[in-house]
Design a protein around this ligand. Structure first.
Ligand SMILES: [Zn+2]
Length: 334
């Protein structure tokens, strides 16, 4: 199928977290889209001035995303690529399992049932299942990834469109969605669906890329590896906490700056169904996020330009200085 023949429309969206209209959304950053994409050639991110949530807007209509995931996103994912992916992410997976198990063990809770929503190739939930001697189940949109998870790990995978609300008629002690929420067109609907999968004392685990932990060490053109149209939302610790609160969940534990293998570090969060309705989450000043993203983009652009004209050893020295400056500024801001 020739993508250039397919025409999809884009439109400004409302904030999924607080419901604000587009006139409350400030232009944060625009990057070029380098991969084949059925929408416009630019990815525009805006930040909500009322709650600080960052998202792609204007955004391609839902059928455009469906087309992209069906026809393009998984086309290069043959078995060898997926095996390599499992090898590349082994250290990340071990870190996640270590973090989750430490938190659950300190709480004295041990899950007897587990579901991974958007399991990808299935390596994470299989290993966590082994850790707790539980046979997990999983949901996945991609047929290729689901088949791989069944064949490689013997995982029970149901193929479900995660952008639609679903009810499996079962409840689980542990529900996870790892690197899924940033792809979902309505995070609040999705998290509400996940809440519906939890037993009364069940625990939800989310992993999302952290907007405040971008690794600014690549050439400027690679900004498109961080800000891409399939990541329709970008989260900070504050906005993910607000989202969980809106959906009737409260944070048990949250940690940022986790992970090894990406240009963006991750936020890990464990949550449970709220015990009281009176807990209120403070909204962080949205300008802090703007400063971080703009400052980081300038640093990336300058280091890219310098790289072209000065020796590598001097670039290494500048990188160390840059890291110290950015870390110092962010420590003051937080
Ligand atoms: Zn908002």
């Amino acid at each position: 199928m020739n993508d250039s023949k397919m025409v999809f429309h884009e439109q400004l969206i409302h904030c999924d977290l607080c419901g604000s209209l587009p006139n409350r959304h400030f232009r944060l950053i625009t990057t070029l889209i380098l991969r084949r994409w059925p929408g416009s050639k630019k990815c525009r991110l805006r930040i909500c001035r009322d709650c600080g949530l960052v998202f792609v807007s204007p955004r391609l209509e839902e059928s455009g995303y469906e087309h992209y995931y069906r026809e393009v996103y998984y086309q290069d994912h043959n078995e060898e690529v997926m095996l390599q992916s499992a090898r590349n992410h082994k250290r990340d997976i071990e870190d996640i399992i270590d973090w989750i198990s430490k938190s659950l063990d300190s709480d004295g809770s041990r899950p007897n049932s587990m579901i991974d929503v958007g399991c990808g190739i299935g390596d994470f939930i299989t290993l966590l299942g082994h850790h707790y001697s539980v046979e997990p189940v999983a949901l996945e949109l991609s047929h290729a990834a689901a088949e791989f998870a069944r064949k490689e790990y013997g995982l029970h995978v149901m193929e479900v469109d995660l952008n639609k609300a679903f009810d499996l008629g079962a409840r689980y002690d542990f529900v996870s969605a790892k690197a899924v929420l940033e792809h979902i067109l309505s995070p609040s609907q999705f998290v509400t669906t996940l809440k519906g999968l939890l037993t009364e004392h069940g625990v939800l685990f989310l992993l999302v890329p952290d907007l405040r932990s971008i690794v600014w060490r690549f050439p400027r053109s690679a900004l498109s590896r961080v800000f891409k149209p399939i990541h329709v939302y970008e989260f900070t610790k504050n906005t993910i906490t607000q989202l969980l609160d809106k959906c009737g969940l409260e944070v048990i534990e949250i940690d940022a700056n986790r992970g090894f293998s990406s240009s963006q570090k991750n936020i890990y969060v464990l949550a449970k169904i709220k015990s009281t309705k009176n807990v209120s989450v403070q909204t962080e000043n949205w300008i802090r996020t703007v400063i971080y993203v703009w400052l980081g983009s300038v640093v990336a652009a300058v280091s890219s330009a310098i790289k072209k004209v000065v020796p590598t050893s001097f670039v290494r020295f500048l990188k160390i200085i840059k890291r110290k400056i950015v870390a110092g500024i962010m420590n003051k801001a937080s």
